[in-house]
Design a protein around this ligand. Structure first.
Ligand code: GP9
Ligand code: MN
Length: 414
């Protein structure tokens, strides 16, 4: 009911929903390119394997960007689709299934829809089947105008791997389509090459495989390195096409690529005796960066999650998100009590981390008295409950800011 909506609206309004006045609107009216980096975790950033950088391009690009080095993915079973859902709605995914499948008929006030009201055209680029993760049905609900999918790309055996085009080929084929869009645009590119089981042709390997007992971990590094190279190429092409200087670039890792089944190999790579649950949680961090042309770089180490990406980006674009329902907060605003909650109820705060029924001291990783985590535990539970209620009850139907109800939108993508 609308009472349910009001309860949640009051709940989110009780958070620190400020903006940073020095940065608000610095990128207003600019094009936006969001890149979802498949299975990319933060531990590869500024690290070497066999003496070579794993992400030379990103390591450079970061210096020139707002780089957030303490951001956790918050995805569940919906994997890439959960990441998309969190990033563009600032809501949590569900504890089972993918919202893209279970609630595509809901009302949302997602980023593309909000930007539509500010004159933006929006499009997604991804070279897999359009029905994968139910994207062809979910994207209109998020307000997207166009979905360039498998049918729009030329896929040949030699330019593809796994479920789609190799990332470099994907970016190359996307350039002309991107150029044809009305501006300003908000676009999302979903990479694919760095997908489990990390298969790659020998000629696409810029670094050698790692040596450990896990073939998965060994192969992960060359595929991450390949996507890094593809990104470098994309940026170069955007510069050549005159699209770079007026475009905000956002890059985020969607979820983990290396599961806990590979802890021994990961311990070897990280030079640790073992991977504790505390370490595992820290490995759930994913890269997040925002490049704004003309702005100098800065690394921000505030603890956060994918729910925080939407308000952070929209504030740079000069869009106040305060009247909207969102569970995240702007990462440029200092928060006295940061609390980042994972879909399974684990959480990270400034002083404590909670996972697998154990409370840990942040920093040392030493187990702490469960009581120390208790107050946060309650908060984490409430937060997930509120987000779930909103989705199960389709409560954004009652949001006065919902200017493009799904029923009145073009239900078919262009
Ligand atoms: C599928 C791609 C990967 O189109 O986005 O999905 P994942 O398996 O990572 O959820
Ligand atoms: Mn993925």
């Amino acid at each position: 009911s609308s009472d349910g909506y009001t309860e949640i609206a009051n709940y989110v309004q009780s958070k620190n929903r400020q903006t940073n006045p020095d940065l608000f609107g610095i990128a207003a009216g600019k094009n936006v390119i969001v890149v979802s980096m498949e299975s990319t975790q933060s531990f590869v950033i500024n690290k070497k394997v066999n003496g070579k950088e794993i992400t030379p391009f990103l390591n450079d690009f970061i210096k020139d960007s707002f780089y957030f080095d303490n951001i956790y993915h918050q995805t569940g079973q919906g994997k890439t689709s959960d990441a998309e859902f969190i990033v563009e709605n600032s809501l949590y995914p569900l504890d089972r299934g993918s919202v893209f499948f279970t609630h595509y008929q809901n009302e949302f006030t997602a980023t593309p829809e909000m930007l539509k009201d500010r004159g933006y055209y929006s499009a997604v680029f991804h070279s897999n089947d359009k029905t994968f993760w139910n994207r062809d049905l979910m994207y209109p609900a998020l307000g997207y105008d166009r979905y360039f999918n498998k049918d729009d790309f030329t896929r040949l055996e030699q330019n593809s791997v796994g479920w789609g085009l190799k990332d470099k080929e994907f970016f190359e084929q996307s350039i002309q389509k991107l150029k044809s869009l009305p501006q300003p645009f908000y676009t999302k590119f979903i990479t694919l090459t760095n997908h489990f089981p990390f298969t790659l042709d020998a000629k696409d390997r810029y670094i050698d495989e790692y040596h450990s007992e896990s073939q998965i971990v060994n192969r992960y590094f060359p595929t991450v390195r390949y996507t890094d190279e593809a990104l470098k190429y994309f940026v170069k092409r955007l510069k050549e096409e005159g699209l770079y200087e007026n475009t905000v670039f956002v890059i985020y890792g969607d979820h983990y690529g290396i599961s806990e089944n590979h802890n021994a190999a990961m311990a070897q790579f990280l030079g640790k005796a073992e991977i504790t649950p505390y370490d595992s949680m820290q490995l759930q961090r994913v890269p997040f960066l925002i490049h704004v042309p003309g702005q100098s770089g800065q690394t921000i180490s505030k603890i956060g999650g994918q729910v925080d990406m939407k308000p952070t980006l929209l504030h740079l674009l000069g869009v106040k998100t305060k009247p909207y329902i969102e569970f995240g907060t702007d990462l440029f605003v200092k928060d006295e009590h940061p609390l980042t909650i994972m879909r399974d109820g684990s959480f990270v705060s400034k002083d404590y981390m909670y996972t697998k029924n154990t409370c840990y001291q942040m920093g040392t990783g030493q187990p702490a008295d469960l009581q120390a985590c208790e107050p946060y535990l309650e908060k984490a539970k409430l937060e997930l409950q509120q987000s779930d209620k909103l989705i199960y009850g389709d409560l954004l139907r009652f949001d006065p800011n919902n200017t493009h109800p799904t029923g009145t939108m073009t239900t078919k993508l262009e």
